[in-house]
Design a protein around this ligand. Structure first.
Ligand code: HEM
Ligand SMILES: *[C@@H]1O[C@H](CO)[C@@H](O)[C@H](O)[C@H]1NC(C)=O
Ligand SMILES: *[C@@H]1O[C@H](CO)[C@@H](O)[C@H](O)[C@H]1NC(C)=O
Length: 479
C-alpha cells in the first residue's frame, strides 16, 4: 500500500538505489523500451517532488504533469527504486489480475517485521488463494447479514452514546473500527483489555511511517516492541480458545475458522499459534486505518456539501420513522439506503485511502508497446484513474449523485482487483453505512476548526477532524 512506502526511501537510499540506477542505464539501451519518464537525481530520483506534492491538499500535479508529458504509463524513481507508474484503468486491471503470474505484490521489509511473515499480505500461490477465500468467507454478505451486523450496530451505538461536545472524529472512528474488528476476529467485547491492546497497536502502526532501522529510529524500535506485546496478548487468547475448543466449546468468529482450517502445510496439521497470531495482526492492520479514515472523510465531504448531507439525513430519518419498534438496524434497512451507497462510493473515489498498490514484475512484461523488465517495481495508481476526467465527469468534485446515473463501475477500484482484492470490502461498506445512519439520526455537528486533507505519509485530515456535536432534539435517545 502506497503509504507504507514513504519511509522506506531512507533505507533503500543507502543500498538499492545505486544498483537500480545502473540497471536502468543498461536496460534503456535495448530495443525494448521502458515507458518514458525521468528518473530524476541520482539516488533520490523524484522522491522529494512526490513527497512535497502529497503533503499538500492537491497532490494531483505530480501525476498529471507526467501523464501530460509521457502518457499514461511513465517511469520515475521514488523511494530508492525505479518505478513504473500506471494510471489507466485497463493497464491497472491487467496488472492486478495477473497477480502471481506476471506480477506479485511487494512490500518493504519493515512491514514484514511489523505485520508478521504469516500474514495474508505475504502469502503467495495456493496458500494465498485458500486463505484469501477463507477471509472472504468470514466477511462475505451472508455472514455479515446473519452474524456480524448485530454487533456492528450495537458497538456503533454504544460508542456514539458517549459522544458529547467536541470530539476528534478520526480518533473516535478508530476506536469504533478496532472494537468491531476484535469482536469479529475473536468475539471479544470492548473492555479495558481491548483499549490497552489498541494503544499498543497504535505504536505498531506508527512504526510503519518511521525509518525502519532500529538503531536510528526510536519509533521503529518502539513499534517492534509493541508488536511483540500485541503478539503476546493475542497468543494468550489463542491458547485459551484452543483449550475451550478441546472441551467442545465453539464460537463463531475468524479464530474458529482458522482453527478449523487445515493450515499451510496441508495434511490436516492446522495452523500453529504463531501463524494464527500473524494472520490476526494483518487483518487488524488492513481494516483499521482504512475504514476509520473513510468514515471521517465521508463526514468531512458531507459537511462541506450541505445538500448531500440533507439528502442523506432524509434517507436515514425515513428508516427511523418506519422502525418504531426496534432500534437495531437490520439487513433490510441496510439494503434500503441507496443514497448512502452513493455517498460511500463517492467518498472512496475522491479520497482514495489506498492511493495505489505496488507490484513487482516477475518476468519481462510487454504492455502498450513498452517492456517492463523483470524485477521492476510497478505502481498501479487507483487514485489517478478515479480522478481522471476521462473516466469520471468533473472527476475532482465530490458529487454523490453521479452514482445514481452510472451503474458502470469498470473504472472504479477502491478495493483493488484480482486475487488480492480487498476481502473486507463488504464489511467496510456495512460498517460505514451503519456508522452514518446512527451519526446523522442522532447528531448535527459543525467543524470545530478549519481542517484539511493531506496525503503524506497517509491520507487523513491534518487535525483529525475536530467537530462540535449537538443532539438532534426530534430523535428519541436510544441505546
Ligand atoms: C474503506 C476501507 C478499505 C479499503 C479502501 C481497502 C482497500 C484495500 C485494497 C486497495 C487492497 C488491495 C491491496 C493490494 O492489492 O495489494 C486491500 C487488501 C486487503 N484488505 Fe482492505 N480495504 C478496506 C477495508 C478492509 C477491511 C475492513 C478489512 C478486514 C477484513 C480489510 C482487509 C484486507 C486484507 C486482509 C487485504 C490483503 C489481501 C491480500 O493481500 O490478499 N480491508 N484493501
Ligand atoms: C459466505 O461464506 C459462507 C461460508 O462461510 C458460505 O456458506 C456462503 O455461501 C457465502 N456467501 C456468499 C454470498 O458468498
Ligand atoms: C458502488 O461501487 C460498486 C463497485 O465497487 C458498485 O458495484 C456499486 O453498484 C456502486 N454503487 C452505486 C450506488 O452506484
Amino acid at each position: 500500500m502506497m503509504d507504507y512506502y514513504y519511509y522506506y526511501f531512507f533505507l533503500t537510499l543507502l543500498s538499492l538505489s545505486t544498483v537500480t540506477f545502473f540497471l536502468f542505464r543498461t536496460t534503456t539501451g535495448r530495443k525494448n523500451r521502458l515507458p518514458p519518464g525521468n528518473v530524476g537525481l541520482p539516488l533520490i530520483g523524484e522522491t522529494l517532488q512526490l513527497i512535497s506534492a502529497y503533503k499538500t491538499e492537491n497532490p494531483e500535479p505530480f501525476i498529471d504533469s507526467r501523464v501530460a508529458r509521457y502518457g499514461s504509463l511513465f517511469t520515475t524513481h521514488v523511494f530508492g527504486e525505479r518505478t513504473v507508474f500506471c494510471t489507466d484503468p485497463e493497464t491497472n486491471r491487467f496488472i492486478l489480475q495477473n497477480e502471481g503470474r506476471l506480477f506479485e505484490s511487494s512490500y518493504p521489509g519493515s512491514i514484514f517485521n511489523l505485520v508478521g511473515k504469516h500474514s495474508l499480505l505475504f502469502m503467495r500461490g495456493p496458500l494465498h488463494r485458500r486463505m484469501h477465500s477463507l477471509t472472504m468467507s468470514f466477511a462475505n454478505s451472508t455472514i455479515i447479514k446473519d452474524h456480524l451486523l448485530v454487533d456492528i450496530d450495537r458497538l456503533v451505538r454504544l460508542n456514539l452514546h458517549s459522544w458529547t461536545g467536541r470530539i476528534l472524529l478520526l480518533e473516535e472512528a478508530k476506536k469504533i473500527t478496532f472494537e468491531l474488528t476484535l469482536k469479529q476476529l475473536l468475539s471479544i467485547d470492548p473492555c479495558e483489555w481491548t483499549e490497552n491492546l489498541r494503544k499498543m497497536y497504535m505504536r505498531v502502526i506508527e512504526g510503519f511511517f518511521s525509518i525502519p532501522i532500529p538503531i536510528f529510529s526510536v519509533t521503529y524500535r518502539r513499534a517492534l516492541q509493541a508488536r511483540r506485546r500485541v503478539a503476546e496478548a493475542l497468543s494468550l487468547v489463542v491458547k485459551e480458545r484452543r483449550k475451550e475448543r478441546e472441551m467442545g466449546m465453539k464460537k463463531n468468529d475468524m479464530l474458529a475458522a482458522l482453527f478449523d482450517s487445515d493450515g499451510g502445510g496441508g495434511g490436516g496439521v492446522g495452523f500453529s499459534d504463531d501463524e494464527i497470531v500473524d494472520f490476526l495482526v494483518s487483518l487488524l492492520v488492513a481494516g483499521y486505518d482504512t475504514t476509520s479514515t473513510t468514515m471521517t472523510l465521508a463526514v468531512k465531504f458531507l459537511t462541506d456539501t450541505p445538500v448531500a448531507l440533507a439528502h442523506l439525513k432524509e434517507e436515514h430519518d425515513e428508516i427511523r420513522t418506519k422502525k418504531v419498534a426496534s432500534v437495531t438496524l437490520e439487513w433490510e434497512d441496510y439494503k434500503s439506503m441507496p443514497f448512502t451507497q452513493c455517498v460511500i462510493n463517492e467518498t472512496l473515489r475522491v479520497s482514495n485511502i489506498i492511493g495505489g498498490v505496488f507490484r513487482r514484475a516477475m518476468t519481462d512484461v510487454d504492455i502498450k508497446g513498452y517492456t517492463i523488465p523483470r524485477g521492476s517495481k510497478v505502481f498501479t495508481s487507483l487514485r489517478a484513474v478515479h480522478l481522471d476526467q476521462d473516466n469520471f465527469k468533473d472527476a475532482r468534485v465530490f458529487n454523490p449523485w453521479r452514482w445514481q446515473k452510472t451503474s458502470d463501475s469498470t473504472n472504479f477500484m477502491p478495493f483493488g482487483g484480482g486475487p488480492r482484492r480487498c476481502p473486507g470490502y463488504e464489511l467496510a461498506r456495512v460498517a460505514l453505512s451503519v456508522f452514518l445512519h446512527h451519526l446523522v439520526t442522532r447528531f448535527s455537528w459543525e467543524p470545530a476548526e478549519e481542517d484539511k486533507l493531506v496525503f503524506f505519509p497517509t491520507t487523513r485530515t491534518q487535525k483529525r477532524y475536530p467537530i462540535i456535536l449537538q443532539h438532534r432534539s426530534n430523535v428519541a435517545e436510544t441505546m
